[in-house]
Design a protein around this ligand. Structure first.
Ligand SMILES: [Mn+2]
Length: 209
């Protein structure tokens, strides 16, 4: 649906779901999304490649009343967009492991909930936030490995399954999302697309992305 009066040509959409998770389309984001889906199968989920892309998604979504941003390092511009959403009545939760998001914990951010810790994957941050455990911990551990991070989940999973097995599973999952391997045919991505995805990675504190 197009909003009359908006001079830009962005397309708006209508969706009855009121809770929206926005995260990266890499292992850390995919694992985080799995946790949120397990908690709320009706949740709307968007995978993005950058903070700029996340801003676009948030701006277009005029239906959701609650936004969860996971694994997205916050920029001043994104923060401004989020504060605009809060003024419109939305609740915002930032779950992250990027340095710039963790720094926000010290600032008064009315209406924006910040849960951020460096040194562990965003998936581990999300799992703890959601109060989940059990088999989910192994998935968080895999995200930690791919992100070159370490958490209690990784320590426990390593003790239970062994480092080699976990690392192999992490490698397979990381390979799978990059090449869109889904078991139904050959990889869909061209080498060019593969390179583009690789370049979407960013550095983040002690972690990779
Ligand atoms: Mn990450």
């Amino acid at each position: 649906m197009v909003i009359v009066g908006h001079s830009n040509m962005d397309t708006m959409w209508r969706d009855d779901r009121r809770s929206h998770l926005i995260t990266r389309g890499n292992v850390d984001g995919i694992v985080s999304a799995a946790f949120f889906y397990a908690r709320d199968p009706q949740m709307k989920v968007s995978f993005v490649t950058s903070t700029t892309a996340a801003m676009d998604v948030i701006r277009r979504d005029i239906q959701s009343r609650e936004f969860f941003l996971v694994d997205l390092g916050v920029t001043p511009e994104l923060l401004k967009n989020l504060q605009d959403k809060v003024k419109l009545g939305a609740r915002i939760h930032l779950l992250d492991h990027h340095q710039q998001t963790e720094a926000l914990k010290l600032e008064p951010l009315h209406g924006i909930d910040v849960v951020a810790y460096q040194g562990e994957s965003a998936a581990s941050v999300a799992l703890r936030y959601l109060g989940m455990n059990g088999p989910n911990e192994r998935l968080a551990a895999i995200a930690d490995i791919v992100e070159y991070c370490k958490s209690n989940y990784l320590d426990r999973a390593e003790g239970e399954f062994g480092w080699e097995r976990l690392r192999e599973e992490a490698t397979i999952l990381d390979y799978s999302w990059r090449l869109e391997v889904d078991g139904t045919g050959p990889p869909a991505s061209s080498p060019k697309a593969f390179g583009r995805r690789r370049s979407a990675k960013c550095s983040a504190g002690t972690c990779r992305s």
